[in-house]
Each structure stands twice: as structure tokens, then as C-alpha cells.
Design a protein around this ligand. Structure first.
Ligand code: DC
Length: 208
């Protein structure tokens, strides 16, 4: 079974890139961020604090990967809450188990997240670490919000990105970092098509 692991910080373009790669190779795709978001949403919906570990673990162990609704889960507040619940080791253990069983699907899978190459699928055939400067990522997020009619201050969007990076990179359990054998793709000065071509060259070489 071929697994492609794609990690990187928020708004680096790894979601779009992962979908393009999955389509190109005919592989199943899992955006693991949605699994953390689904657990965060369960707590928010129940009006519970985000550190209620018992409820979070129950929700994580009952997760149905086929029922993850990107449109519902993509809300900014849910992403922020997801980053907070993602520090709880028991929540991570339950979600990682579900993610690993997804990774075994034939003929192959693309998983994207923060710890795929380091923890979830350390034996992945190809590991990519997709990143861009905080300013570029904030600009993309800001433009996306503006296109969707959402008013925001650029400085606030940048501060959100930097806070999320600090939390995701600074947590004790499975912090965001490139695996030692990951290929780095910096999309700061690269459009999505160029990033896709770079990824294809790396994947084709590895699958040969
Ligand atoms: O990629 P995203 O914005 O949907 O992820 C939301 C949060 O979920 C992210 O800030 C940290 C957490 N997450 C994680 O800890 N591990 C993953 N593999 C994916 C996401």
C-alpha cells in the first residue's frame, strides 16, 4: 500500500495540494485536520469547555471518517478550537488509530495534517512538508476571507496564524515539524500549479 504523508502549518496550501495529488494518483484522501475539527465541534455544540478530556476522547473514539463535512467544519472558530483540543494525548491516540486504519486503504492514500510523517505514518512512501512564510499564509487567508465577503484586519489574521503555529509547533505531544526524511516545498513564491509539479516530480521518483 502506498501512503503519501503531507504536513505543514495552517494555510500553506497543503489541503489543495493533497487533493490534487490524490486525484492524480487515484488515491483516497484524508484531511486529518477535519478529525480534530469534528471533535472540537462536538465540544462547542455541547457548550463544554475545550479541555473536557472525557467528552473529547469519547467523541474521538466514535469518529466516522465518512461523515466529515468540510463545509461545516471549515469555520475559523472551529480551527482555533481544534488546535486547542489537539494538545490532549488521549484525543490524539484515538484519532491517530482511525487515521492509521484509513491509511491502509487500497490502492493508496494521501493523508495531510501536522504529524503524518512523524507519528501517524512514519513508514510513508513519500513525505512532503509544505510551508510558506507567515505573512504569505496570512495574505492568502485574508484574500480568501475578503472573497467570501468577510471583513478582517490583516494584522489580526497574521496574529491568528502566528498563534496557531506556536500552539501546533510548541505542544509536547506530536508537535508540528518536518520528518527527517521529508521533502520541503516552500510555497511562499510558488503558485499551486508549480507546487503540484514539484510534488509530482518527488512522488514519481519515489514510486519508480
Ligand atoms: O489543518 P487544520 O487547520 O484543519 O487543523 C486544525 C487543527 O487541528 C490544527 O491547528 C492542529 C490540529 N491538527 C493536529 O494536531 N494534527 C493533525 N494531524 C491535523 C490537525
Amino acid at each position: 500500500m502506498t501512503t503519501i504523508a503531507i504536513d505543514g502549518p495552517a494555510a500553506a496550501g497543503k489541503g489543495t495540494l493533497s487533493r490534487l495529488i490524490a486525484d492524480a494518483y487515484g488515491f483516497h484522501h484524508l484531511d486529518t485536520g477535519l478529525t480534530y475539527r469534528a471533535v472540537a465541534k462536538a465540544l462547542l455544540d455541547a457548550g463544554l469547555p475545550l479541555d473536557d478530556e472525557a467528552v473529547a476522547v469519547r467523541s474521538a473514539s466514535e469518529i466516522d471518517l465518512s461523515g466529515l463535512d468540510r463545509a461545516v467544519l471549515s469555520a475559523h472558530g472551529i480551527g482555533e478550537a481544534a488546535s486547542k483540543i489537539a494538545v490532549m494525548p488521549a484525543v490524539r491516540r484515538a484519532l491517530v488509530e482511525a487515521q492509521r486504519s484509513f491509511a491502509r486503504k487500497a490502492p493508496g492514500t494521501v493523508l495531510d495534517g501536522r504529524d503524518i510523517g512523524t507519528v501517524v505514518c512514519p513508514d510513508a512512501k513519500v513525505k512532503l512538508y509544505v510551508t510558506a512564510s507567515p505573512e504569505v499564509r496570512a495574505r492568502r487567508r485574508y484574500d480568501e476571507m475578503a472573497a467570501g465577503g468577510v471583513q478582517a484586519e490583516f494584522a489580526t489574521v497574521l496574529a491568528d496564524i502566528e498563534r496557531r503555529d506556536a500552539r501546533d509547533m510548541g505542544r509536547a505531544d506530536s508537535p508540528l515539524k518536518p520528518a527527517s526524511d521529508a521533502h520541503l516545498i516552500d510555497t511562499s513564491t510558488m503558485g499551486i500549479e508549480a507546487a503540484f509539479q514539484a510534488a509530482r516530480a518527488i512522488i514519481d521518483a519515489a514510486l519508480k
